[in-house]
Write a protein that binds this ligand. Structure first.
Ligand code: SF4
Length: 403
């Protein structure tokens, strides 16, 4: 297990193995960044700078924070940043990020809740379970020391649009792992406060992990890594998350549609794949029309059959003559097992009797096939027992014959 793992690496494997392969096995670079990730990165950078000053005893005002954010936004924005949701613009996201920082500054200035130990701290640590050991790496957005409570605090900023429940936070692997990382740096750090800042909601969620929970997490992570390392098959998993994946241009699920988006209409219509799909769609459409037509003809035919039966009855005939063809009508009276949908009480009573008499295992269900195939072997005495549960059904049929 020489590879270095991160929580996002493990999450990627769980989300789509093909994406994992592109990113971590083939080491390909994603061709785009989504605006959500871009906005998240800029807010993180602005807060990192803010707390860099806090650490040195300088409290920057709100306007400074917002101006830094705007600067970072303008300097980093490139055409590769993709707005996935077409109802929104880049500026909408810029405003959202600004609002996050505005609220945050309001809530926490002068930022003296705890002492800042580090910001964007890269941490490497090992997870162990018996002989198994894996290397992990992560970045803690901010590590604080609460001098009053004598406890470390791991802070994580989130700009996602959904707020997790307390249960989600209590089961979150990422900050649990960072607790393990902090404990590996400061072995006395048994108690660590895990704090998420959901910036869009101006909401703080806290959690913590017991030593037992940490031991469980360590084992679970090692098992996940073993699964990853044993993996030789990397299928794609198409989902809503594909819109935020930077490998659509090479992924078999998206490669052709993405390439087609870039073609002018005249070239698009000549593409071999487009031609095939157009022809296939045309045939499917024709099949649908024919199916509807056949259904209409069958309904009309059923009415003619009914009329033929009425004619045969009225005139006392079985064969009706016509131009080039003759129609033979017949009615058959049969003793049948009831179908559940036509007489559930009888069906259930017959099934229970078969069970009591030890015959049910031979038939597994109650239906006409059962009756026809097994009844001759069961003999007359048994037939007498079940006949009260049987029904008489009249089957009508017509047969068209050339003259
Ligand atoms: S586009 Fe979707 S299916 Fe394809 S690699 Fe990315 S996440 Fe997987």
């Amino acid at each position: 297990m020489g590879t270095i793992y991160s929580i996002s690496r493990i999450g990627t494997f769980g989300g789509c193995r093909l994406r994992y392969k592109y990113q971590y096995v083939d080491h390909l670079k994603a061709d785009k960044e989504t605006i959500e990730a871009f906005m998240g990165s800029r807010t993180h950078e602005a807060l990192e700078e803010l707390y860099g000053f806090v650490k040195n005893g300088v409290i920057k005002p709100r306007d400074w924070l917002l101006a830094r954010y705007d600067d970072l936004w303008d300097k980093n924005l490139t055409p590769a940043v993709k707005v996935v949701r077409s109802d929104y613009t880049e500026d909408d996201y810029r405003r959202k990020g600004r609002k996050c920082l505005d609220d945050y500054h309001d809530e926490y200035a002068p930022f003296d809740q705890a002492k800042v130990v580090a910001t964007e701290k890269e941490i490497s640590f090992k997870l162990k379970d018996g002989q198994d050991e894996i290397s992990f790496r992560g970045i803690i957005d901010r590590l604080d020391w609460d001098d009053k409570e004598k406890i470390y605090e791991i802070h994580d900023y989130k700009t996602s649009g959904s707020l997790p429940t307390q249960e989600d936070a209590d089961g979150n692997d990422q900050l649990g792992l960072y607790h393990l990382a902090v404990r590996s740096l400061w072995p006395d750090a048994d108690r660590v406060k895990l704090i998420w800042h959901y910036l869009l909601f101006n909401k703080r969620i806290e959690s913590s992990r017991t030593p037992e929970k940490l031991a469980e997490l360590e084992k679970a992570m090692i098992l996940k890594v073993k699964e990853i390392e044993a993996c030789t098959h990397y299928p794609s998993t198409k989902s809503a998350l594909c819109d935020w994946c930077g490998f659509q241009d090479i992924c078999p699920e998206w490669k052709h549609p993405e390439a087609m988006k870039k073609l002018p209409e005249n070239e698009y219509l000549k593409d071999e794949g487009v031609v095939l799909v157009a022809r296939y769609a045309e045939l499917e459409e024709k099949k649908k029309d024919l199916k509807n037509e056949i259904e209409g003809l069958e309904a009309e035919e059923a009415k003619v059959e009914e009329a033929a039966f009425a004619f045969a009855k009225k005139n006392g005939v079985r064969v009706i003559d016509g131009p080039g063809f003759q129609l033979t009508v017949s009615e058959k009276e049969e003793t049948c097992a009831p179908m559940k949908k036509e007489d559930e009480a009888k069906w259930t009573a017959l099934r229970d009797l078969l069970i009591r008499e030890g015959k049910y295992t031979e038939v597994s269900t109650v239906n006409n096939y059962m009756l026809n195939s097994r009844l001759p072997g069961w003999g007359k005495a048994f037939y007498d027992k079940i006949k009260a549960f049987l029904i008489t059904r009249i089957t009508k049929s017509v047969y068209l014959k050339k003259k």
